[in-house]
Design a protein around this ligand. Sequence first.
Ligand code: AR6
Length: 172
Amino acid sequence: MLKVVLGDITRTKADVIVNAANSTLLGGGGVDGAIHMAGGPAILEECRKISESQGGCPPGEAVITTAGRLPAKYVIHTVGPVWHGGMRNEDQLLASAYSNSLKLAVKNGARTIAFPNISTGVYGFPKGRAAKIAITAVKEFLKTDKSLDEIIFVCFDRENHEIYERELKSEN
Ligand code: AR6
């Protein structure tokens, strides 16, 4: 049910792939840039509409769009917190980014979902701490909702991959 892979999320087959976006929803670098590049302009078009109607997306929340040309049905764009040292509600906001993405995926009928390591790139969240929060948030969600078949953590860098492998192993 919980799976960890090393790779590029734009090549991952899942009903939903999650994007680590920013509050404007208008694109950026990192995984956000890769998703828009691979998925094509239809994704940005929908993001723009959502952004105009609700004024962007605050940290911890999530919105859904088409996946364009990606091998997924939807992209869920969530905004992780910028790391400021841990005293600005970063842990809770990161957990919410995961749980709100899961809720939105289930609401849209998804059975499989792939997450990048939200906030651990440009936003500077410590990787080990982020992995613990991500895994805990997903496990909490799975306690009450049984509709997802597979949740994949797609790690792009080896460091995150090793951290996730270790975290999941130590829990089993
Ligand atoms: N597939 C999977 N993971 C990836 C990929 C990929 N193709 N490319 C990078 N990563 P980041 P953040 C990993 O910086 O920290 C954007 O500009 C990367 O190794 O993409 O949440 C947004 O617009 C890292 O572990 O997102 C925001 O402004 C993880 O994805 C800002 O960056 C997240 O790194 C968000 O920062």
